[in-house]
Every structure is written in structure tokens, then in C-alpha cells.
Design a protein. Structure first.
Length: 403
């Protein structure tokens, strides 16, 4: 039995809620989710509408500032993103010294933390101006650093951002342009990238966002808080799942394409294997983002005239799994990661960069959530309690007597 009476008397009752599944950690006006009906809205606007009509930069502005921008506000925001897109030349030295095999999420998390050393607080700015510069730097430079990390991992020269390209076009250009083969921008892929990032832009108090808020609540600088978010996102139960999905689909392909043994394995309680890209803490129905992503897979492959056998395997797996009583009873449906990797593959993004793509998309959400916390006059230090279940009657035994 757990005795919490003393704590109850002095500090109020402590509730135990593993994984905080039913604990609200803050109030927020940014993102609304209804996990039973599969609804997701940013600042009140359905994500489907944004995916259809908005751009990633416009959606980022909406999340961070609360309203859709006017034409002037949007062009000023885009201009600023362009102005801040270069990365300090000395940071190249960092990239050079990571082992070639380093995972890009590890590199990104370290580099984002390092940004504070390269871009310290500027004298004479108001707090608001300082925050605006920091968030613009982050949005712009993280994208540049991601492309740099890719180029350097291949031993290729870095491609610098170009002021005449949009945010998303610049990213694709920095990733794939080369002196021997200039990158040819494809409007459909560009649109797909916008939609991919819009769908990832925020998701209320998920693990990485909660990490950003928690670390931020200690009043660390925004770079450090975002770096913590990137580290949390790396995990295979969270953003790392998009890489794991493709690895799982490839494994199914190598085993002849039949998903049934994998489904059986996922149902086995004695086996830690799970179907990657399936299940969600909040959605107990189809993830609305996965639906858009699935449609986008079909569209992107069609316009590019590509056939990806992994998409056939994924669809077949979904068909079988959603009809299976185990998955039905556990409310397990595809989440955003299930189809996203196939879109990224079509763009030419290597598998180990998938979670980095998620991170760039999630940045506006992390920033908006941090900003919301920081502007709350009652922003309290996150400090959960525990229910202690260890020994209480131990004594110090001198080392000679311990056997
Ligand atoms: N495959 C098989 N069984 C599963 C899966 C899955 N993908 N997901 C959950 N379950 C089962 C669990 O085994 C458990 O079964 P039991 O109650 O019979 O023991 C039950 O469903 C509940 O699982 P929990 O882990 O307690 O549920 P939780 O809400 O913590 O899990 C999570 C959510 C972590 C996303 C989980 O569904 C999972 O591991 N999915 C695979 C990884 C993945 O796709 N992650 C991406 C999530 S979306 C995102 O972060 C962007």
C-alpha cells in the first residue's frame, strides 16, 4: 500500500498518472485535438483546410502569432527568414568533426544548442525583439543546418540559401542542388513539402513539446529548450517512428512482402515488437494527418510517375491490421508517420533524415508553445512529484561489513 497521507496533509493530493495520459500540464490556445473524432485544428482552423490552402511559412506565422498574416506581414516574415538563413561560418567546423555515421538528429540537437554560443543576446533589444530574432533564426537556420548536415555527410560542398527562393524551395535546393547537376524544382514536390511540414507543425502537448515547455520552464534560452525537443523527438515511439516505419516496410519486403507475420508478432505480448506508425496516445481513431498523408503518397507518386512497392506493402498492411480484432480492440490506426516516409522517399530524402524533416516541421509548434508559456505571468517551473515506493528503513552498512 502507498501512504500518501503526509503529502496530502502538507501539499495537497498527489495523483499518479503514468505518462501523464490524463493530466493537463497547461492551458493553451494554440492547437485543438479531439482524439475520439480525429479532429485537429491550429488556432481554430482545421488542419485539412491549412493543408489545402496554406503554405508552411504562413501556417508557422499563424501558430506563433495567433492569426493568419496579412499580405504585408507575410512578406516581412518571409524576408526575415531569408535574412537569417545563413549559418555562422565557424559552425562548419562542428559539422566537420562529427563522425560520418552520426545520426542527423544527434547532430541537429547539438547544433541547435550551440546556436546560443554563436548568437548571444544582443545589447539594447527589448525582450520582444530578442524573442522575435531568436525564433526567426531558429526557423531559418535549422532548415539550413539540416541541409548542410546532409551535404557534409555525403562529402559534398554546402549549397548556400538563395534569397530568391521560398522557404521550402530553398530547402530542396540546398539539399539537392550541385555544380554537376543543378536541381530542377518540381512544383508538385514543393507543394508536397509544404503540406508535409504543415501536418507536422503542432500537436499540443506531445512528448517533444512537453519537453520544450518543461526545459523552458527553468528559463533556459529558447535554443536550449528547442534542442531538448529535438532530442525527445528522436525517440522511435515519437518522431523517430517515421524512419522505423520505412525500415519495417523494407524488412517486410525482404521477407517476401507478406505483412501477416509482422502483424502476428506485433500482437504477441511477449514480443516487444510493435507495428511502427500505428497507434497514438490521443487518437483512438484514424489520425487526420495520416489520411492526408496517404492521399498525398498517391498523388506524389502519380505525378512523378513513380511506383514505390513499399506503398503497396503499407496499404496491404493497413488493410489487414485495421480489420484485426487486436488492433480494433486497442484502437490502433495509422498515425502521421505511417505514410509520411513514402512521400519523403519520393522527394529523395534519405531515411536517416526523416526525423529531421519532422523536426523542421514541428519547430513553429515548439516555438509557439514556448512563447505561450513564457508570456504567462504564472509560468511555473515544471516539477512533477512522485509516489515513493522504495525502502524507508535502511541503515548505512560500513563497506567492510557488506560481504
Ligand atoms: N503495435 C502493437 N500494439 C500496440 C501498438 C502498436 N503500434 N501501439 C500500442 N499497442 C498496444 C500495446 O501493446 C498495449 O497493449 P496492452 O494494453 O494489451 O498491453 C496497448 O496498445 C496500449 O499501448 P501503450 O503503449 O500503453 O499506449 P500509448 O498511448 O502509451 O502508446 C504509442 C502510444 C507510443 C504511440 C504506441 O501506440 C506505439 O508504440 N506506436 C508505435 C510507434 C509509433 O508509431 N509512434 C509514433 C506516434 S505518433 C508521433 O509521435 C508522431
Amino acid at each position: 500500500a502507498i501512504d500518501i497521507s503526509v503529502l496530502r496533509q502538507k501539499t495537497g493530493v498527489i495523483t499518479l498518472d503514468p505518462g501523464f495520459a490524463n493530466t493537463g500540464s497547461c492551458t493553451s490556445a494554440i492547437t485543438f485535438m479531439d482524439g475520439e473524432q480525429g479532429i485537429l485544428r491550429y488556432r481554430g482552423i482545421p488542419v485539412q483546410e491549412l493543408a489545402e490552402k496554406s503554405t508552411f511559412v504562413e501556417t508557422a506565422y499563424l501558430l506563433i502569432n495567433g492569426d493568419l498574416p496579412t499580405r504585408n506581414q507575410l512578406s516581412r516574415f518571409s524576408e526575415l527568414l531569408n535574412e537569417h538563413s545563413l549559418v555562422h561560418e565557424d559552425m562548419h567546423l562542428f559539422f566537420n568533426n562529427f563522425p560520418r555515421s552520426a545520426h542527423p538528429m544527434g547532430i541537429l540537437s547539438s547544433m541547435v544548442n550551440a546556436l546560443r554560443s554563436f548568437y548571444p543576446t544582443l545589447e539594447g533589444l527589448t525582450e520582444k525583439e530578442e524573442i522575435n530574432i531568436t525564433l526567426t533564426r531558429l526557423l531559418s537556420k535549422v532548415r539550413t543546418m539540416a541541409a548542410m548536415a546532409y551535404k557534409m555527410s555525403r562529402g559534398h560542398a554546402v549549397v548556400y540559401p538563395r534569397p530568391n527562393l521560398s522557404y521550402c524551395a530553398n530547402f530542396l535546393n540546398m539539399m539537392f542542388d550541385s555544380p554537376v547537376k543543378p536541381y530542377k524544382m518540381d512544383e508538385d514536390l514543393l507543394r508536397a513539402l509544404n503540406v508535409f511540414w504543415i501536418l507536422h507543425a503542432d500537436h499540443e502537448q506531445n512528448c517533444s513539446t512537453a519537453a520544450v515547455r518543461l526545459v523552458g520552464s527553468a528559463r533556459v534560452n529558447l535554443y536550449a529548450a528547442i534542442s531538448a525537443g529535438i532530442a525527445a523527438l528522436w525517440g522511435p515511439l515519437h518522431g523517430g517512428a517515421n524512419q522505423k516505419v520505412i525500415e519495417m516496410l523494407e524488412m517486410i519486403q525482404e521477407n517476401g512482402g507478406d505483412a501477416t507475420p509482422f502483424i502476428k508478432k506485433a500482437k504477441d505480448r511477449n514480443d516487444p515488437f510493435r507495428l511502427m506508425g500505428f497507434g497514438h496516445r490521443v487518437y483512438k481513431t484514424y489520425d487526420p494527418r495520416a489520411k492526408i498523408m496517404k492521399e498525398m503518397c498517391d498523388k506524389v507518386l502519380r505525378v512523378l510517375n513513380l511506383h514505390d512497392p513499399l506503398l503497396d506493402i503499407a496499404k496491404k498492411l493497413e488493410e489487414v491490421a485495421v480489420e484485426d480484432p487486436y488492433f480494433k480492440d486497442h484502437n490502433l490506426y495509422p498515425n502521421v508517420d505511417f505514410y509520411s516516409g513514402i512521400v519523403l522517399r519520393a522527394m529523395g530524402i534519405p531515411t536517416n533524415m526523416f526525423t529531421v524533416m519532422f523536426a523542421i516541421g514541428r519547430l513553429p509548434g515548439w516555438i509557439a508553445q514556448w512563447k505561450e508559456g513564457a508570456s504567462d505571468p504564472n509560468w511555473k517551473l515544471y516539477r512533477p512529484r512522485q509516489i515513493y515506493i522504495g525502502r524507508t528503513d535502511s541503515r548505512f552498512v560500513p563497506i567492510d561489513e557488506r560481504g
